[in-house]
Ligand binder design. Structure first.
Ligand SMILES: [Zn+2]
Length: 344
């Protein structure tokens, strides 16, 4: 929105307001405080006293208005309204009843109330069976100890699975594999597609892996990936392991992607940082790849727990207590995400 455009609309709106203000019925309606509006709409409220802007957010949808300005922006599209929000006597922003109704109508079209519920979580331990994934090793007491990605992924996935099952008896918590087997890509995809979900329920797809840097043993740390459309192509070129994952996600995600994936990734990243951030290192999210599309059917993230090619990290990744901390970090991130997004 440019300032110029805003001012023009503002001018038109003021004229409109002057015209309608002569009709007494308009002023007879009751105001609703911004707080009560948020409460009744099940929305998050952001109030910026400096800019005087009020923002209501439900899921991916927003309605923004400003004290004294007879405009509302529904998902960044402007609409002229009869009466502007005003400041109440108790320094609480107030919305005229007509504006409240407009907001209610806007949010209702998206089926708010049961806007987003996680119906299922599909945990995918990368690789397995004939496919060890990336491999590394470290030396302990003169012995070389091999470390396989498939084992790391399975160990963390099983712990995560147990924790999630206990916390969410009403959700479907699923694993693509629970032992050292190799489900084909088609089987993994089919598992996800076979999960029956109610309307407004989402399935979260959490793929767990470990990283490798074959020509430079120094890199270590964990990374969380979400896979926007543009990015998938880059990933395919990276290596065989990633190519498989990209293939799975390509099939599952189709064209759609969402802010949810980014938020899950962020939550998991924070969760892991709190657990293993000091021993290992948070390599972060790939911010420049951020790409937002609304209404993804399956928010998905891929977690690279660490580098098996770095001997110190390989040793950590072969330590059960460390893997338990990894699972705890992912669990904390997921539960934070779920409680943030599920609305009763
Ligand atoms: Zn992998």
């Amino acid at each position: 929105m440019t300032a110029k455009r805003y001012n023009a609309k503002f001018f038109i709106a003021v004229v409109f307001l002057l015209l309608v203000s002569v009709i007494p019925a308009f002023s007879a309606e009751k105001n609703v405080s911004a707080l009560e509006t948020a409460d009744r709409l099940g929305a998050d409220l952001t109030w910026d006293p400096l800019s005087q802007e009020i923002t209501f957010t439900v899921g991916n949808h927003t309605a923004q208005c400003r004290i004294g300005t007879p405009l509302v922006f529904f998902d960044y599209r402007e609409t002229i309204i009869a009466q502007a929000p005003l400041m109440g006597t108790n320094a609480q922003p107030q919305l005229p009843a007509a504006l409240f109704t407009q907001l209610e109508t806007f949010f209702k079209q998206f089926d708010i109330g049961s806007f987003f519920r996680v119906g299922a979580i599909l945990i995918d331990p990368g690789h397995g069976g004939k496919d060890p994934g990336t491999t590394g090793s470290y030396v302990e007491n003169g012995k070389t100890i091999p470390v396989y990605e498939k084992n790391i992924a399975l160990s963390v996935s099983l712990s995560l699975y147990d924790m999630l099952r206990k916390t969410y008896p009403d959700k479907k918590i699923l694993l693509t594999r629970s032992d050292d087997t190799y489900p084909s890509l088609e089987e993994r995809v089919e598992m996800a597609n076979k999960v029956l979900l109610k309307k407004n329920e989402a399935i979260l797809y959490i793929s767990i892996h470990a990283n490798a840097s074959p020509f430079n043993k120094k890199p270590y740390g964990f990374e969380i990936w979400y896979l926007p459309t543009d990015y998938r192509r880059n990933l395919i070129d990276k290596n065989t392991a990633s190519r498989e994952i990209a293939h799975i996600l390509n099939i599952m995600l189709e064209e759609e992607f969402s802010t949810e994936s980014i938020l899950i990734a962020k939550n998991i990243s924070d969760g892991l940082e709190a657990q293993i951030g000091k021993e290992s290192k948070n390599r972060g999210l790939k911010e420049k790849e951020w790409f937002v599309v609304r209404n993804a059917k399956m928010p998905s993230v891929l977690i690279e727990l660490g580098f098996v090619t770095n001997p110190e990290e390989a040793k950590r990744l072969n330590t059960p207590s460390y893997l338990q901390k990894c699972a705890q970090g992912i669990y904390n991130g997921l539960t934070a995400f779920i409680s943030r997004f599920e609305r009763q």
